[in-house]
Ligand binder design. Structure first.
Ligand SMILES: NC(=O)c1ccc[n+]([C@@H]2O[C@H](COP(=O)([O-])OP(=O)(O)OC[C@H]3O[C@@H](n4cnc5c(N)ncnc54)[C@H](O)[C@@H]3O)[C@@H](O)[C@H]2O)c1
Length: 343
């Protein structure tokens, strides 16, 4: 298959392109390069440097499936500028999907998020029919995009909505702004895990390699199974309260301490989800990573000096700080376009 992966130069992207190549697909990458570090993605046969807000029909020629990752990709980043988040995450995604449909790309895999379940509370595990309760600009952008994609579905165009849990794990471009990796970063660097809540919120978790596997399974599946379907993506045991995540990380870092801020409502997100639909109906989706194994992977990477000269919470590893730094340095303008862009 010819697959276009947008956002291939981020956290999940290079893991996904490597797996796609290993499964025999030919991959084109499309990325604006917010986090490009001069290392080309070895798994793509063609890299386009571009903004999804400007993507054109010619970029989609010969493509059988689009896996659309490009976005301002978490709740804190969405808070940078909510309108800009809607521009990049929702309007550009809806436009890309319309363009894809108009040029005959049959399948569109969208990297959505369990964040759109928002403040559902965590009492029951939510399946894909649960009402959406976005509590952030980021989650709202995902919910609106899902709605727009479903409206485009017909017998020639199949959108698939991958509601990924919160990611963890190590890839070529690791992040430390996500709960598991962040706590591991604290444990490694300071020996103290700082939890910015009272530890009770629920978070579903998934390793980045299992997100990649799910997206490719959706690209390869028979149309009738995935057409216009949403799938929660995670491991069968993938729901944790933040304090349990912290305890698991603490266990992996001998001698580390836990510190709770005790502020219960700073972040109102709390949700538990059911992954049964993907586990039972998405062909080939067999997640491989348990949380303990993933923490061990992060711990080993940190222990082997993976951070190099940087702290885990430096702009190199925290996406919001990275973009703010690029803006402060005049490399990106307020619309997150390269400063030289004519607008
Ligand atoms: N990481 C997670 O926990 C998680 C969980 C659920 C869903 N997702 C979704 O998966 C996708 C990928 O996440 P990630 O963690 O790899 O994010 P990331 O921020 O690490 O990477 C996103 C990539 O998209 C690119 N990009 C952003 N805006 C662009 C634009 N206007 N034009 C072209 N490229 C652009 C960036 O340069 C970057 O390489 C996102 O859509 C995210 O919302 C991520």
């Amino acid at each position: 298959m010819q697959i276009l992966v947008t956002g291939n130069q981020g956290y999940i992207g290079p893991v996904l392109t490597a797996l796609a190549k290993a499964r025999g697909h030919s991959v084109t990458g499309f990325d604006i390069g917010y986090f490009a570090d001069g290392t080309p993605d070895p798994a793509v046969h063609r890299q386009v440097c571009g903004d999804v807000r400007d993507i054109a029909a010619k970029d989609l020629e010969g493509i059988d499936a689009i896996i659309h990752l490009a976005a301002l990709s978490n709740d804190p980043m969405g808070a940078l500028d909510p309108e800009l988040t809607l521009d990049i995450n929702f309007r550009a995604s809806a436009r890309l999907a319309s363009l894809a449909k108009s040029v005959g790309v049959p399948r569109f895999i969208f990297a959505s998020s369990c964040s759109l379940y928002g403040a559902s509370g965590g009492e029951a595990a939510l399946d894909e029919t649960a009402p959406l309760q976005p509590v952030s600009a980021y989650a709202l952008s995902k919910a609106k995009t899902e709605e727009a994609l479903l409206a485009l579905a017909d017998r020639h165009f199949s959108p698939v909505l991958m509601r990924n849990a919160t990611a963890y794990g190590v890839g070529p471009r690791p992040r430390f702004d996500l709960v598991v990796n962040n706590l591991a970063g604290w444990a490694h660097t300071d020996g103290v895990l700082r939890i910015l809540s009272d530890g009770t919120p629920w978070r579903p978790l998934v390793h980045i390699e299992d997100i990649a596997l799910a997206a490719l399974s959706a690209a390869e599946a028979p149309t009738n199974i995935v057409h216009a379907q949403a799938f929660n993506i995670g491991h069968p045991d993938g729901n944790y309260q933040v304090r349990d995540i912290a305890l698991a990380v603490q266990t992996a870092f001998a001698g580390s301490q836990l510190e709770f801020s005790g502020i219960a409502n700073q972040d109102s997100r709390s949700y538990r989800v059911s992954f049964d639909k993907a586990l039972n109906h998405l062909p080939g989706y067999v997640p491989h990573w348990t949380l303990d194994r993933g923490i061990d992977q992060v711990a080993r990477w940190l222990g082997a000096g993976g951070l190099g000269p940087d702290r885990f919470n430096s702009p190199r590893f925290i996406r919001l700080a990275h973009l703010q730094q690029a803006m402060a340095q005049g490399l990106l303008d307020r619309k997150l376009r390269p400063a030289s862009h004519p607008n």
